[in-house]
Write a protein that binds this ligand. Structure first.
Ligand code: NAD
Length: 349
């Protein structure tokens, strides 16, 4: 366990935000610290291969931010953090998140995503509540916000959309572990009256995503003049959301979402993988044209499909739009330009 900076601001509310050295958390923390003066963020992250503290460089010296290296499955540590910082809210990002890895090595997905979520929510319940449906007075507004994925709903036909009422049908060990964690959160709401909310979001893209994911891979491979691998026929469809729009949705649900509710978050930006690679190569061709190829598109190479590859995901975001007033500020065309610019800086410096 490493305590980087030793103080957090007195009289502020301290919340535990897990997994912030990863992609979405590291976009969320600076946004949240900038927007709210009255919170301290305690970031518990194990720094697995997916976590990188360089993602949070801009927050390192902020007295309202503290990093603790550790495992969400470590009950003793989680209890100590709740006690020491008197945690009054949780936003839970930490997870094993890459579907391909879950096919190769599912065990760690169950350990982190299921057991880790259980440990966190159980410690929160014990810290905040006297008995079922009875909060200790000083913790009466404390909320547990669980970050989940649209992958829990399985795969779609060509026309339907995932709503909050779509039955769960996870297909990969990753989505099954996330679905299980959602169910654990639900049970703490129903059995103990813990104040919980869950958000299920579609595919995110933007700065700070790990190199292994689709969009950074396309950019990195193109710049290196290497084959750009695309699974199967490239026609799998995902609903892409710019990461900061997801962060804004989380903020809104955490503060104004209705207790026990689930909110789907998605950008209404469905794209096939082929459309994604095509759009990125077109932009790269203009910004940093290849010395050897007429277009980076020449590098596109179809590879054996991922086992159990879901065909289509698409979110109906009506609930969060209509009840909480959320709206994505970016569409794919604007978000992808910002994203490419960020990776050009990263890969070319
Ligand atoms: P990520 O893989 O980039 O980051 C995960 C972070 O969790 C890393 O910093 C890692 O070190 C940390 N971590 C892993 N195991 C841990 C453990 N046992 N204890 C403490 N920390 C641990 O993931 P991401 O893309 O930022 O996703 C964050 C959350 O959002 C996940 O719960 C994921 O399921 C969900 N989500 C992601 C997307 C997406 O497109 N990336 C979409 C919807 C939902």
């Amino acid at each position: 366990m490493t305590y980087k900076n030793t103080f957090v601001k007195k009289n502020n509310k301290s919340i535990l935000v897990t997994g912030c050295a990863g992609f979405i958390g590291s976009n969320f923390v600076p946004y949240f610290l900038d927007k709210y003066e009255n919170y301290n963020i305690i970031n518990l992250d194990l720094l697995t291969y997916a976590g990188d503290l360089r993602n949070l460089k801009e927050c390192e010296d902020n007295v309202r931010y503290k990093f603790i290296k550790g495992d969400i499955c470590n009950r003793e540590l989680v209890e100590l953090i709740f006690k020491k910082y008197d945690i009054k809210g949780v936003i839970h990002f930490a997870a094993e998140s890459h579907v391909d890895n879950s096919i190769e090595n599912p065990g760690v997905f169950i350990e982190t995503n299921v057991n880790g979520t259980f440990t966190l929510v159980d410690v929160a319940k014990n810290h905040w509540m006297e008995k079922p449906f009875n909060y200790k007075p000083e913790y009466k507004d404390c909320r547990f916000h669980h970050i989940s994925t649209d992958e829990v709903y399985g795969t779609l036909n060509e026309t339907d959309l995932f709503t909050e009422d779509t039955p769960y049908a996870p297909n990969s060990p990753y989505s099954a572990s996330k679905a299980s964690s959602d169910m654990i959160i639900r049970s703490y709401q129903e059995t103990y009256g813990l104040n919980t909310v869950i958000t299920n979001c579609s595919n995110n893209y933007g700065p700070k995503q790990h190199d292994e994911k689709l969009i950074p891979t396309i950019i990195r491979k193109a710049l290196a003049d290497e084959a750009i691998p695309i699974y199967g026929d490239g026609k799998n469809i995902r609903d892409w959301l710019y990461v900061l729009d997801h962060c804004k949705g989380i903020d809104l649900v955490y503060h104004t979402g209705k207790q026990s509710n689930v909110y789907n978050i998605g950008g209404r930006n469905e794209r096939t993988n082929l459309q994604i690679v095509d759009a990125i190569c077109t932009i790269l061709d203009k910004k940093v044209s290849s010395k050897t190829l007429s277009s980076y598109k020449d590098l596109i190479t179809f590879v054996e499909d991922r086992a159990g590859h879901d065909r289509r995901y698409a979110i109906d975001a009506t609930k969060i739009e209509d009840t909480l007033g959320w709206k994505a500020d970016n569409n794919f065309n604007t978000g992808i330009v910002k994203t490419i610019e960020w990776y050009l800086e990263k890969y070319e410096s």
